[in-house]
Design a binder for this molecule. Structure first.
Ligand code: SF4
Length: 159
C-alpha cells in the first residue's frame, strides 16, 4: 500500500516519548498561518513510499519505542496511515498521530469513513487541532500551540 510522504526521521527524541520513528505525510488542507512544515501542504508533492517498506525499516530499529505520524495531515490518507499504525502495533510499538482536525471533527468524520475510525482506534495519543499562532507556546511538550490537546482515543470508550 502506498503512502505519500514528505520524509522520515528514523530516530527522533522530540516527537513524543522515547526514541521514535517519525513519518511526515505529504498533503495538508489546513494551511495554518505560521505552519513549520509548509512544504508538506501540496498533495502532489513529496514522494510515494510503500507502507511495507516503512514497517521493515521500523522493524530493523529495535531501540525505537514507537512511531509518530505527523504531517501534513495523516487523516487525509486514512487507509495507508491506519495500515501503518496497525502494523506498528503488531511490532509491540506505540503510535502517536498529529492532526490539524480536532478530535471532535475526527469522530464525526469516522462515522462515514472506517479508515479514519481504524486510524483513531490504533492511536495511543492523538495531538489534535490546527496550529494557532496566537496561542503559540514553545514550552508545551510535543505541541506548538495551547489549543492542541493530547488525547487518548482508546480511553474515550468510543472505539
Ligand atoms: S495541520 Fe500541521 S501541517 Fe497542516 S498546516 Fe497546520 S501546522 Fe501545518
Amino acid at each position: 500500500m502506498e503512502l505519500r510522504i514528505a520524509g522520515i526521521v528514523p530516530e527522533s527524541v522530540v516527537d513524543g516519548p522515547g526514541i521514535r520513528f517519525v513519518v511526515f505525510v505529504q498533503g495538508c488542507p489546513h494551511h495554518c498561518p505560521g505552519c513549520h512544515n509548509p512544504d508538506t501542504h501540496d498533495f502532489n508533492g513529496g514522494e510515494v513510499a510503500q507502507v511495507s517498506d516503512l514497517v521493515a525499516q521500523i522493524k530493523a530499529l529495535p531501540p525505537v519505542r514507537g512511531v509518530t505520524i505527523s504531517g501534513g495531515e495523516p487523516f487525509c490518507q486514512g487507509q495507508a496511515c491506519s495500515t501503518l499504525a496497525h502494523e506498528v502495533k503488531k511490532l509491540g510499538k506505540d503510535v502517536i498521530v498529529y492532526s490539524g482536525y480536532t478530535y471532535e471533527q475526527l469522530r464525526e468524520m469516522a462515522v462515514g469513513d472506517h479508515h479514519i475510525q481504524a486510524l483513531l482506534s490504533a492511536t495511543e495519543i492523538l495531538i489534535d487541532g490546527p496550529f494557532l499562532q496566537e496561542q503559540r507556546d514553545l514550552n508545551l511538550p510535543f505541541r506548538g500551540s495551547a489549543n492542541q490537546r493530547l488525547i487518548k482515543p482508546g480511553e474515550e470508550g468510543f472505539f
